[in-house]
Design a protein around this ligand. Structure first.
Ligand SMILES: [Zn+2]
Length: 150
Protein backbone atom coordinates (compact mmCIF):
# COMPACT_ATOMS: atom_id res chain seq x y z
CA UNK A 1 0.00 0.00 0.00
CA UNK A 2 1.55 3.33 -1.04
CA UNK A 3 1.84 6.19 1.52
CA UNK A 4 -0.95 8.14 -0.25
CA UNK A 5 -3.47 5.35 0.38
CA UNK A 6 -2.21 4.90 3.96
CA UNK A 7 -2.74 8.63 4.61
CA UNK A 8 -6.23 8.51 3.08
CA UNK A 9 -7.22 5.41 5.05
CA UNK A 10 -5.89 6.89 8.31
CA UNK A 11 -7.68 10.21 7.69
CA UNK A 12 -11.00 8.47 7.00
CA UNK A 13 -10.45 6.21 10.02
CA UNK A 14 -9.92 9.20 12.33
CA UNK A 15 -13.06 10.90 10.97
CA UNK A 16 -15.01 7.69 11.48
CA UNK A 17 -13.80 7.29 15.06
CA UNK A 18 -14.69 10.92 15.80
CA UNK A 19 -18.12 10.44 14.21
CA UNK A 20 -18.79 7.40 16.40
CA UNK A 21 -17.72 9.21 19.60
CA UNK A 22 -19.52 12.41 18.66
CA UNK A 23 -22.68 10.54 17.63
CA UNK A 24 -22.73 8.67 20.94
CA UNK A 25 -22.17 11.84 22.99
CA UNK A 26 -24.80 13.82 21.05
CA UNK A 27 -27.37 11.03 21.34
CA UNK A 28 -26.89 10.80 25.08
CA UNK A 29 -26.81 14.60 25.52
CA UNK A 30 -29.79 15.63 23.44
CA UNK A 31 -31.74 12.39 23.36
CA UNK A 32 -31.49 12.30 19.57
CA UNK A 33 -34.41 10.51 18.00
CA UNK A 34 -34.34 7.31 16.00
CA UNK A 35 -33.76 9.35 12.82
CA UNK A 36 -30.62 10.93 14.24
CA UNK A 37 -29.23 7.58 15.37
CA UNK A 38 -30.12 5.96 12.01
CA UNK A 39 -28.46 8.85 10.16
CA UNK A 40 -25.25 8.47 12.19
CA UNK A 41 -25.38 4.67 11.78
CA UNK A 42 -25.67 4.90 7.99
CA UNK A 43 -22.73 7.33 7.85
CA UNK A 44 -20.54 5.11 10.02
CA UNK A 45 -21.50 2.00 8.00
CA UNK A 46 -20.70 3.75 4.71
CA UNK A 47 -17.38 5.00 6.07
CA UNK A 48 -16.57 1.51 7.36
CA UNK A 49 -17.36 -0.04 3.98
CA UNK A 50 -15.12 2.50 2.24
CA UNK A 51 -12.27 1.72 4.63
CA UNK A 52 -12.60 -2.05 4.12
CA UNK A 53 -12.71 -1.45 0.36
CA UNK A 54 -9.57 0.68 0.45
CA UNK A 55 -7.72 -2.12 2.26
CA UNK A 56 -8.96 -4.63 -0.29
CA UNK A 57 -8.01 -2.42 -3.28
CA UNK A 58 -11.59 -2.05 -4.52
CA UNK A 59 -11.88 0.65 -7.16
CA UNK A 60 -15.40 1.45 -5.95
CA UNK A 61 -13.98 2.35 -2.53
CA UNK A 62 -11.42 4.62 -4.21
CA UNK A 63 -14.20 6.32 -6.20
CA UNK A 64 -16.58 6.63 -3.22
CA UNK A 65 -13.83 7.74 -0.87
CA UNK A 66 -13.19 10.71 -3.13
CA UNK A 67 -16.87 11.40 -3.89
CA UNK A 68 -18.14 11.17 -0.32
CA UNK A 69 -15.16 13.19 0.94
CA UNK A 70 -15.86 16.04 -1.48
CA UNK A 71 -19.61 15.97 -0.76
CA UNK A 72 -19.10 16.04 3.02
CA UNK A 73 -16.61 18.92 2.84
CA UNK A 74 -19.03 20.86 0.58
CA UNK A 75 -21.91 20.13 2.96
CA UNK A 76 -19.87 21.35 5.93
CA UNK A 77 -18.88 24.50 4.03
CA UNK A 78 -22.49 25.27 3.06
CA UNK A 79 -23.80 24.61 6.59
CA UNK A 80 -21.06 26.78 8.03
CA UNK A 81 -21.54 29.62 5.52
CA UNK A 82 -25.31 29.72 5.98
CA UNK A 83 -25.14 29.32 9.74
CA UNK A 84 -27.59 26.40 9.54
CA UNK A 85 -25.79 24.67 12.38
CA UNK A 86 -25.21 27.04 15.26
CA UNK A 87 -21.85 26.14 16.73
CA UNK A 88 -22.25 25.55 20.42
CA UNK A 89 -18.65 25.78 21.46
CA UNK A 90 -15.11 26.38 20.28
CA UNK A 91 -14.51 22.64 20.62
CA UNK A 92 -17.41 21.93 18.27
CA UNK A 93 -16.08 24.35 15.64
CA UNK A 94 -12.57 22.91 16.00
CA UNK A 95 -13.90 19.36 15.57
CA UNK A 96 -15.80 20.31 12.39
CA UNK A 97 -12.74 22.07 11.01
CA UNK A 98 -10.54 19.09 11.81
CA UNK A 99 -13.01 16.70 10.15
CA UNK A 100 -13.20 18.81 7.00
CA UNK A 101 -9.40 19.02 6.87
CA UNK A 102 -8.97 15.27 7.32
CA UNK A 103 -11.54 14.47 4.61
CA UNK A 104 -9.92 16.95 2.24
CA UNK A 105 -6.57 15.30 2.95
CA UNK A 106 -8.08 11.88 2.12
CA UNK A 107 -9.52 13.20 -1.17
CA UNK A 108 -6.17 14.74 -2.17
CA UNK A 109 -4.23 11.61 -1.16
CA UNK A 110 -6.54 9.35 -3.19
CA UNK A 111 -5.98 11.61 -6.21
CA UNK A 112 -2.22 10.93 -6.20
CA UNK A 113 -0.90 8.84 -9.13
CA UNK A 114 0.49 6.28 -6.64
CA UNK A 115 -3.02 5.77 -5.24
CA UNK A 116 -4.44 5.36 -8.74
CA UNK A 117 -1.74 2.78 -9.53
CA UNK A 118 -2.61 0.93 -6.30
CA UNK A 119 -6.25 0.70 -7.41
CA UNK A 120 -5.19 -0.65 -10.83
CA UNK A 121 -6.36 2.40 -12.75
CA UNK A 122 -3.41 2.44 -15.16
CA UNK A 123 -4.32 1.26 -18.65
CA UNK A 124 -2.27 -1.85 -19.52
CA UNK A 125 -2.34 -0.90 -23.21
CA UNK A 126 -1.38 2.80 -23.35
CA UNK A 127 -0.27 3.46 -19.74
CA UNK A 128 -2.65 6.38 -19.17
CA UNK A 129 -4.37 6.70 -15.78
CA UNK A 130 -8.15 6.49 -15.93
CA UNK A 131 -10.75 6.74 -13.18
CA UNK A 132 -13.69 5.86 -15.42
CA UNK A 133 -15.81 2.89 -14.34
CA UNK A 134 -16.88 0.36 -16.99
CA UNK A 135 -19.58 -1.22 -14.80
CA UNK A 136 -21.75 -0.36 -11.81
CA UNK A 137 -19.46 -1.86 -9.16
CA UNK A 138 -16.29 -0.57 -10.86
CA UNK A 139 -14.82 -4.07 -11.14
CA UNK A 140 -13.65 -3.01 -14.61
CA UNK A 141 -12.37 0.38 -15.75
CA UNK A 142 -12.40 2.01 -19.16
CA UNK A 143 -9.38 3.87 -20.51
CA UNK A 144 -10.37 7.41 -21.55
CA UNK A 145 -7.54 7.52 -24.09
CA UNK A 146 -7.71 4.21 -25.98
CA UNK A 147 -11.15 2.96 -24.76
CA UNK A 148 -9.72 -0.36 -23.55
CA UNK A 149 -11.71 -2.00 -20.75
CA UNK A 150 -9.50 -3.56 -18.11
ZN1 LIG B 1 -5.44 3.11 -22.70
Amino acid sequence: MPPSVKVATAAIGVCLALAVVRGAVTSIEAGAGAAGILNAGVGVALGGLIMVGLFKRHRLAWQWGRLVGVLLVLEMAVLWATGAVPSRSIGDVALRGFNAGALLLAVIALSFPSAKRFFRLVCPQCGKISGKAADFFFTRATCKACRLTF
